[in-house]
Design a binder for this molecule. Structure first.
Ligand code: FEO
Length: 408
């Protein structure tokens, strides 16, 4: 892949991973990219590296611009494996380069590599590095999304190298948002942003809001945002900043996701009258079967809707395992500003719906009660109850959603 020019003397030298479909358990149907950047200033500076499988590709791109031995500085914004595991290859070609990294990043780096022979400079927010005609400023962003994380800002060009922040898992032959005119669309890009936020950044909403406020307070004008995954925001970088602020404030559609699993189709057959009840109240609704859907796609749908109904049969007095797994995963993401209810079928003693409500309470979600349980298989009367349950839930979602209309 050819190096791509962001602006005079700054190039993308990353790699496109068209084939990855499972990114540490996160489904990536669009693939991804590992973006890193080379600043061809007096002191040649590499911003980030790539996943180890793609070492050769980034080194080839770098060679198209310079001899890697001439790299003077390597900025390591984030030490997760997809960005740091080719650092050893880079350092073997540029052994005298100085690495710029946060304190926690340095500690973590020592777990990946023998760093005893490397020049490493620990940096803090506000510290700068002159590369000649350009000035890099570092901005620590702990827990966005790892303790080591930081971003790097080029003052003269107003470019923010934002590591995972503002990224998306999307493989594309184009590098910039204004080039999305053929294979991918802005709708794909927007969806990929929400998907990424829901699965990776959802727990860190308050930190995101504070960090964006800090950047604004520092008076940093941003003309371009260059993340470590996906498309570079060149035409309207503020668009994704505003989207992040809205997501951090719990932005959601006035809609319901019904997320369920089923053993013998009884819980499944409850979903249709429930969905109809929701629709007849004028609320959009999406139905997602867990065993037919990647976990990360179900999480995205959960996050997009203000309301969620969980459908689970009872198995051995507790929730169905896929539903329990889904809710455990969601709990770890610390969702906020969502209303939830539950329904399901049972054969003997029941217990799954009660279990689901206990999980909602642990998460601190707004709760719609009571849930609805059906013995074995819904009768026509039960289907009517399901329909009314859907209607009542939709009315509660509409009411709850009003709280956020002025805020978001
Ligand atoms: Fe793309 Fe946190 O790694």
């Amino acid at each position: 892949m050819k190096a791509a020019e962001l602006i005079k003397d700054i190039y993308w030298v990353g790699a496109i991973d068209w084939a990855v479909r499972d990114f540490h358990g996160y489904a990536t149907p669009r693939g991804t990219t590992y973006n890193n950047y080379l600043i061809m200033d007096d002191d040649i500076t590499l911003i980030d590296t790539v996943k180890y499988d793609f070492s050769d590709i980034t080194i080839k791109s770098i060679r198209s611009l310079t001899d890697p031995a001439k790299i003077k500085n390597v900025v390591v914004n984030h030490i997760e494996n997809d960005h740091v595991t080719s650092l050893g290859d880079i350092m073997s070609l540029a052994p005298n380069a100085t690495i710029y990294i946060t304190d926690k990043g340095k500690k973590g780096l020592s777990r990946f590599f023998d760093i005893s022979k490397w020049n490493i400079k620990v940096v803090k927010t506000g510290e700068t590095l002159s590369t000649g005609k350009k000035t890099l400023m570092f901005l620590e962003t702990p827990m966005l999304h790892w303790p080591d994380s930081m971003m790097t800002y080029v003052k003269e060009d107003k470019i923010l190298f934002s590591q995972d922040g503002f990224g998306q898992h999307i493989a594309s032959s184009t590098r910039f948002d204004d080039e999305l005119i053929t294979c991918e669309s802005m709708a794909d890009l927007d969806d990929a942003v929400v998907d990424y936020y829901a699965n990776i950044l959802m727990p860190f909403g308050p930190i995101i809001k504070n960090k964006i406020a800090e950047i604004q307070k520092l008076g940093l004008e941003i003309d371009m945002i260059a993340p470590d995954h996906g498309i570079i925001w060149r035409s309207h970088p503020q668009r994704v900043v505003h989207e992040y602020l809205a997501l951090a404030q719990g932005k959601a559609n006035l809609s319901v996701s019904i997320i369920y699993d089923t053993m013998w189709h009884s819980t499944e057959s409850m979903t249709l009258p429930i969905m109809q009840g929701i629709k007849d109240e004028g609320v959009d609704c999406k139905v997602i079967k867990l065993r037919a859907t990647p976990m990360s796609a179900a999480i995205k749908e959960f996050w997009k809707s203000r309301g969620c109904l969980i459908g689970t049969p009872t198995l051995n007095n507790i929730m169905y395992p896929t539903v329990a797994e889904f809710l455990t995963h969601v709990r770890g993401l610390r969702p906020k500003n969502r209303i939830a209810g539950a329904f399901g079928s049972y054969g003997w003693g029941g217990g799954a719906v009660k279990d689901a409500y206990e999980e909602f309470k642990r998460m601190g979600l707004e709760i719609f009660e009571p849930g609805i349980q059906i013995l074995y298989k819904p009768s026509p009367e039960d289907e009517e109850k399901c329909y009314e349950f859907g209607q009542a839930f939709a009315r509660s979602v509409k009411e709850y959603h009003k709280k956020f209309e002025e805020v978001v």
